[in-house]
Design a protein around this ligand. Structure first.
Ligand code: NDP
Length: 500
C-alpha cells in the first residue's frame, strides 16, 4: 500500500478506536455534598425573621437526578403575601428610601462578598435542587450572581450620573417572581437593581427550585440588611398570583413562560403597577459558509445544551447555509456523541438532569411532535441513569420553518436544524417567530455581522459566540419574549421614576 494510503488507513482505524474504546471514559469526579447544609424544613423569610405560613403547609423539593427529597418549604398563602408586602412597605417608608445611597450600597457589597464566600455551598445546592451540572453552577451561576450584586452596589450612589439632570426616585415595593432554570442568578438579577435603587422586595422562587433563594435569605439575614427590605417567600403559582394582584405592589418583575406573562399583563392592566416581563424565546443561531466551522459548532453546542437547554435565550433553531450544512450536521453529531450526560454533581458532566418530571414530559411531547411532523431525529447513544429525569442531547434535521419544533419553545436539549441560501432568506426565516429574545451569527465577515444584527428582531445578538452574560450588559426581548431590560444601566430604569 502506498505510504499516504497507509497513513489514511491508520488514521481511520484510530478514529474508530477512539470513538468506541470505553477505556477513554473519565473516572467520576463528584463534588462533595457534605460542603452544603440543607435544612429539613424552611419557613418564609418575612421582615427579617423565619415564619411558618399561615396554613402551616409545606411542600417537598426534590433532587431531579435521584428523585429523592431534599427538604420541604412553606407554602405562602395570600395572607402571607400580604404580611410580606406590609413588611416591605414598612421597611421602604421607615428605613430604606431614607438611607443615604452610599450606605445602601455598602449592604449590597456585603451581600455580594458573602455570596462569594459561600460560593461552593451555593453551587452544590443549586445542582442538587435544579439538576444542572456542578461545573455550570460553580463557574457560571454563582459567580455571575455575585457579580450582579457587585455591579448594582456600585450604582447605588451614582444614579445622578446614570441619569444626568434628572432626579431618580424609587418606586416602592417590587414583587418579583422567578423561574427554575437559574434560581440564584435570577434572584440576583431581580433583587440587586431593586434594592440598589431604593426599593424593597417580595420575591418568590419557583416551586421546584426554592433552595438557593432560601440560602440567599440566610445570607441576607446574616448581612444585617434592615428587616423587610428583602422578603423571600415560597409557594406555587397561586402565591405568584397573590403577589401580582396585591394592591400595594408598585412594580412586578417576572421571568418565566409567555403564558404566565400574559396572565400577569392582564392582571395589572388598569393599575399603575410598572412591569418587566422576561419571557420565552426560540433563538436563531445562523452559520454562514465562511464561518470558522469548528468554532461555530462549539458555539451551537453551548447555545442549546447549556443547562439542559433550560435557557430562555437558548439557540434552539440552527440555520446553516446550504453549502456547509452536511459538514456542520456531521460535526454536530460527532460532538453530541462526546457530551457526558449524567450525575450533575460530577465535575465531568456536560448535561445534567431535566429539572422536573413535568418538564421531561413536555420535552418528550415535542420529540414525538417532531417525528410526526416528518423531521429526522438524532440522539447521542449515551446511557442514561435508571432514576431521575434525563434526556439525551437531540437534534432534528429536515425541519420545516412551519414545524412546531421550529416555532415553539421546547426548553430542553433539543436542536432544530434548518438550512438557507441567501442573507435575505435567513433574515426572513429567523425573524419569522413570535419570539425575539436572542440570536447568534457566525461568519468571518465583520460587515455581515453588522448587516445581520441590524436586521434581526432580537434583544441580544451574539456574533461568533453565544450565551455570554455580563451584569453590565442589558438583556431583554421583543414581541412575545417580553419587554423591559435587565442588567446594565438599562436595568436600573424599571425600578425608578425619573423626574425633571
Ligand atoms: P411558569 O411561567 O409557570 O413559572 C415561572 C414562575 O412563575 C414560577 O415562579 C411560577 O411558580 C410562577 N407562576 C406560575 N403561575 C403564576 C401565576 N399565575 N401568576 C404569577 N406567577 C406564577 O413556567 P413553568 O415553570 O410552568 O415552565 C413552563 C414553560 O415556561 C417552560 O417549558 C418554558 O418553555 C418556559 N419558561 C421560560 C423561562 C424563561 O426563562 N423565559 C423560565 C421558565 C420557564 P411555580 O414554579 O410555583 O409554578
Amino acid at each position: 500500500m502506498p505510504a499516504t494510503k497507509q497513513k489514511k488507513a491508520v488514521r481511520k482505524s484510530n478514529i474508530v478506536k477512539l470513538k468506541f474504546d470505553t477505556s477513554w471514559a473519565y473516572d467520576p469526579a463528584p463534588e462533595s455534598k457534605s460542603a452544603a447544609t440543607i435544612k429539613e424544613r424552611y419557613d418564609l423569610f418575612i421582615d427579617g425573621k423565619w415564619q411558618p405560613s399561615s396554613n402551616k403547609k409545606y411542600f417537598a423539593t426534590i433532587n431531579p437526578a435521584t428523585e429523592g427529597k431534599l427538604s420541604e418549604v412553606a407554602e405562602a398563602t395570600e395572607a402571607d403575601v400580604d404580611k410580606a408586602v406590609k413588611a416591605a412597605r414598612h421597611a421602604y417608608e421607615s428605613v430604606w428610601k431614607k438611607m443615604p445611597a452610599k450606605e445602601r450600597g455598602k449592604y449590597i457589597f456585603r451581600i455580594a462578598r458573602m455570596i462569594q464566600e459561600k460560593a461552593r455551598e451555593l453551587a452544590i445546592i443549586e445542582s442538587l435542587d435544579g439538576g444542572k451540572p456542578i461545573r455550570e453552577s460553580r463557574d457560571f451561576d454563582v459567580p455571575t450572581a455575585a457579580n450582579h450584586f457587585f455591579y448594582y452596589a456600585g450604582w447605588a450612589d451614582k444614579l445622578e450620573y446614570a441619569f444626568p439632570n434628572r432626579t431618580a426616585e424609587p418606586l416602592g415595593v417590587a414583587g418579583q417572581i422567578i423561574p427554575w432554570n437559574f434560581p440564584l442568578l435570577m434572584a440576583a438579577w431581580k433583587i440587586a437593581p431593586a434594592i440598589a435603587t431604593g426599593n424593597t422586595v417580595v420575591l418568590k422562587p419557583a416551586e421546584t427550585t426554592p433552595l438557593t433563594a432560601l440560602k440567599l435569605a440566610e445570607i441576607i439575614e446574616e448581612s444585617d440588611l434592615p428587616p423587610g427590605v428583602v422578603n423571600i417567600i415560597t409557594g406555587a403559582g397561586a402565591t405568584g398570583a397573590a403577589i401580582v394582584n396585591h394592591p400595594d405592589i408598585n412594580k412586578i418583575a417576572f421571568t418565566g413562560s409567555t403564558d404566565v406573562g400574559k396572565i400577569i399583563q392582564r392582571a395589572i392592566a388598569g393599575t399603575d403597577k410598572k412591569a418587566t416581563l422576561e419571557l420565552g424565546g426560540k433563538a436563531a443561531n445562523i452559520i454562514f459558509e465562511d464561518a470558522p466551522l469548528d468554532q461555530a459548532v462549539e458555539g451551537v453546542i453551548i447555545g442549546i445544551y447549556f443547562n439542559q437547554g433550560h435557557v430562555c435565550c437558548a439557540g434552539s433553531r440552527l440555520y446553516v447555509q446550504e453549502s456547509v450544512a452536511k459538514q456542520v450536521i456531521r460535526k454536530l453529531k460527532d460532538r453530541i456523541e462526546s457530551l457526558i450526560v449524567g450525575d450533575p454533581m460530577d465535575k465531568n458532566t456536560d448535561i445534567g438532569a431535566i429539572n422536573s418530571k413535568q418538564q421531561l414530559e413536555t420535552i418528550h411531547k415535542y420529540l414525538k411532535i417532531g417525528k410526526q411532523e416528518g423531521a429526522e431525529m438524532y440522539q447521542s447513544s449515551c446511557l442514561l441513569p435508571g432514576k431521575g429525569f434525563w434526556c439525551r442531547p437531540t437534534l432534528f434535521t429536515n425541519v420545516a420553518q412551519s414545524n412546531r419544533i421550529a416555532q415553539e419553545e421546547i426548553f430542553g436539549p433539543v436542536l432544530s436544524v434548518l438550512t438557507f441560501r441567501t442573507d435575505d432568506e435567513v433574515i426572513e426565516k429567523a425573524n419569522n417567530s413570535p419570539y425575539g429574545l436572542s440570536a447568534g451569527v457566525w461568519t468571518d465577515k465583520g460587515s455581515k455581522i453588522f448587516n445581520m444584527t441590524k436586521r434581526m428582531r432580537a434583544g441580544v445578538v451574539w456574533a461568533n459566540t453565544f450565551n455570554k452574560f455580563d451584569p453590565t450588559s442589558p438583556f431583554g426581548g421583543y414581541k412575545e419574549s417580553g419587554f423591559g431590560r435587565e442588567g446594565g444601566l438599562h436595568g436600573l430604569l424599571p425600578y425608578l421614576a425619573l423626574k425633571a
